[in-house]
Design a protein. Structure first.
Length: 366
């Protein structure tokens, strides 16, 4: 499933540092604007304790985790919607991603310059949000011009588009993102068809220093960002990009030791990946056997045939039924043989909605 998170933010807030840590790569993270010009793309494995537990039981030849794609998009600046700082090119990169991870600087450091000259997370968020809104207003105006002509000819679909686009334009004029509108299901489906930047879900990442990440209480700057996220229906988390980049270069045992030494439950990047997974409304199901244990990614609410299609389109076309057991049941009883004896493996048809952690064998005929 090709779903991508674009990492955005003003210059010098730690975007490339977070991306480096996610991908354990060595992308430049220099102290000047536009260090990142062409977007860097990284494939990241989704941390998955269930997959590790399944691998211990099946001891397969191969273990394959779910993956996510992250794109490090160059820093936006005020005026990007009008082309400032190569803004049109960068906004085009944002248009191509499924969700936005917005990195916001929440630490003071006189050795790292800030494009606005001071540290203010809400101002920084609103700077980028405003640029996306301005770009969306331009897009809405163009689409309205097109559908209004059709609406006058009596086209019912065009009338519905005209009404909804007009409503969105009013909302954007108030400097509010389109995603904060209370759409009904039909409006939501139609609104996604307009391909607006501010319809994309957003995860705010407070990039803090080493002192704050080790403190239980959030700093003042971080708390302001969390409050802003809550007020707009978004989610936020905090991590220390610099520390995460160090952790990312360690092996698994060293990571555990490092986190333990610093009093961290787990690397902050694990939380970021899981939050991004939730942001995209994704979940995992598993296939397991002696050759391979694998996690597969699907959208929440997917039916069994749609899940089968992730493995191969022929599985969906020729779907007959799915043999399903629960991960928790396997952990309790230890083997599929016992699950069969206890009647804990069910056969499900085309209407079954796959649940997080389902282990599935598909029966199909093509």
């Amino acid at each position: 499933m090709a779903l991508t998170c674009g990492i955005v933010g003003l210059p010098n807030v730690g975007k490339s540092t977070v991306f480096n840590a996610l991908t354990a790569s060595d992308i430049p993270a220099e102290n000047y604007p536009f260090c990142t010009i062409d977007p860097n793309v990284g494939i990241v494995m989704v941390p998955d304790e269930k997959l590790s537990a399944l691998a211990k039981i099946y001891a397969p030849d191969k273990t394959t985790p779910a993956i996510m794609e992250f794109v490090d998009i160059a820093g936006l600046v005020r005026g990007a919607s009008k082309g400032e700082g190569l803004g049109n090119q960068f906004l085009g990169h944002i248009r191509e991603v499924t969700a936005i991870v917005h990195v916001v600087r929440c630490f003071e450091d006189e050795n790292i310059t800030h494009v606005e000259g001071s540290i203010d997370p809400i101002r920084d968020v609103e700077t980028i949000e405003s640029e996306l809104i301005i770009k969306d207003l331009d897009s809405v105006e163009k689409q309205l011009h097109r559908v209004t002509k059709l609406a006058r000819s009596g086209d019912k679909g065009a009338r519905a588009d005209e009404e909804l686009l007009t409503r969105i334009r009013v909302h954007l004029d108030d400097i509010k993102p389109a995603r904060s509108i209370d759409f009904d299901p039909e409006e939501m489906k139609r609104a996604h068809g307009y391909f607006l930047l501010t319809m994309k879900p957003v995860l705010y990442v407070a990039n803090v220093d080493e002192n704050e990440i080790l403190a239980e209480k959030r700093g003042e700057l971080t708390q302001r960002l969390f409050d802003y996220a809550e007020s707009t229906g978004a989610i936020a988390l905090r991590l220390c990009g610099k520390l995460e980049q160090e952790i990312a270069l360690l092996d698994d045992v060293e990571k555990i030791e490092f986190c333990s030494e610093f009093g961290l439950e787990e690397p902050g990047l694990n939380k970021l990946i899981h939050r991004a997974y939730d942001l995209l409304q994704l979940q995992s199901f598993y296939t397991a056997g002696p050759k391979e244990v694998r996690a597969w990614t699907i959208r929440k609410g997917s039916t069994a045939p749609k899940a089968a299609a992730e493995i191969h389109t022929d599985f969906e076309k020729g779907f007959i039924k799915a043999a399903i057991f629960k991960f928790d049941d396997l952990m309790i009883h230890g083997s599929e043989k016992i699950l069969k004896e206890k009647g804990l493996i069910s056969l499900q048809g085309k209407e079954y909605i796959v649940q997080e952690g389902d282990c599935i064998y598909f029966h199909f005929n093509v």
